[in-house]
Write a protein that binds this ligand. Sequence first.
Ligand SMILES: NC(=O)c1ccc[n+]([C@@H]2O[C@H](COP(=O)([O-])OP(=O)(O)OC[C@H]3O[C@@H](n4cnc5c(N)ncnc54)[C@H](O)[C@@H]3O)[C@@H](O)[C@H]2O)c1
Length: 433
Amino acid sequence: MTAVEIAPPTGKLGVLTPGMGAVATTFIAGVIAARQGLAAPIGSVTQMAHIRLGTREDGLNPLIKDFVPLASLDDIVFGGWDPITSNALEGARAAGVLEERDLAKISSELEGIVAMDAVFDQRWVKKLDGTRVKEIVSKLEQAQALMADIERFRSENNCDRLVMVWCGSTEAYQEASDVHESVEAFEAGLANNDDNISPSQIYAYAALMSGVPFANGAPNLSVDLPCMIDLAKRREVPIVGKDFKTGQTLMKTLIAPGLKARMLGLRGWYSTNILGNRDGEVLDDPENFKTKEMSKLGVLDTILQPSLYPDLYGNIDHVVRINYYPPRGDNKEGWDAIDIFGWLGYPMQIKIDFLCRDSILAAPIVLDLALFMDLAQRAGESGVQEWLSFYLKAPQSERDSGPEHDIFIQQTKLKNTLREWMGEKPVTHSEAG
Ligand SMILES: NC(=O)c1ccc[n+]([C@@H]2O[C@H](COP(=O)([O-])OP(=O)(O)OC[C@H]3O[C@@H](n4cnc5c(N)ncnc54)[C@H](O)[C@@H]3O)[C@@H](O)[C@H]2O)c1
């Protein structure tokens, strides 16, 4: 197999996050801690996973980061925008994910990462009251201001390349409309201040126009729109979305493929969450919750294929609830009551109570998406990066059959993409390590 030509990761990589809340600051703090040798980057596939090459007998299992030319953690520079947070230290303290004993060792570095004024509109996130906001009304001028921020950041930090990962709040639910149909319609919409253009879409537009890959960690529409897909191809920039696959949905995509592999039936899956961070507060608004709900509900159908298995999966009640409960802060509790059935239709129940830490699970995903999106760009890729579906609850897909949700198939696809780019044979069965 012939390897793809991949430009080397020379110089600095700037990682820009619109949103410097719990996830973004936990990501930044973790990378700084890892490069100072204070903690291992646990949960990061780019940093910790091995990849098997050839047959098992060959015994070749390099670390992914030694196999593909990824940017080094030492070469990452952080930046971002936020309408509330002033710098990464303040953001991390307000989020309350990491303890003071961990923040103290890296506090001056975190304090030096100052949030730029955001493009923010309360119509999309009713529960937040932004103060560090660009005083610009025109959406076209907002986009231009973001492009100017990007270029300033690039030159001030001497960055060779940049990537953007949306870590901002979940915006209110919307369906795509005429303004999203083409690049031309979107640009006309920016000029006319079209109501259907949300802030995250303005960031996505600014990133793509600046040649910066864009990943969406939230469930709202941003790059999963015809105009953005087209713009990404025209500007030859990779895009990927959406919604980091962390707590409950991670569990769902681990368990559902197992039930299906054993041909056990599913009658219902009731998922409820209690969380008390700012994300939970934003999702307490029905319009913002609807965006999240739609993203979480899609998972089971594609994994279980009810049309192929009507007897097993043709009649499922799938319910998702999120309740804002301040005492828990970022330490979410996700309850799943799963009603399954087996031989002769006898019912059984599974209960999962996942006491997880949302941002601890999301932070390594931000790192991996940033490094892999940068790699994809250097490998000459553009448009939707389906091989990164592994990290996302509602992966973007350009095929009629839709996205793949089964985490094990997603993992195979991710690793085989890396093998293919490096001129190695794909591994389609057991993955040893
Ligand atoms: N934590 C997880 O496990 C997880 C999983 C999947 C998706 N997400 C999504 O990731 C996003 C971030 O989550 P979080 O826990 O860090 O939330 P958070 O509320 O702590 O942080 C979000 C930040 O975005 C800022 N923001 C809002 N609108 C903005 C704008 N227009 N421009 C720039 N910044 C803006 C807010 O001020 C806030 O500081 C949310 O959309 C969340 O739904 C999180």
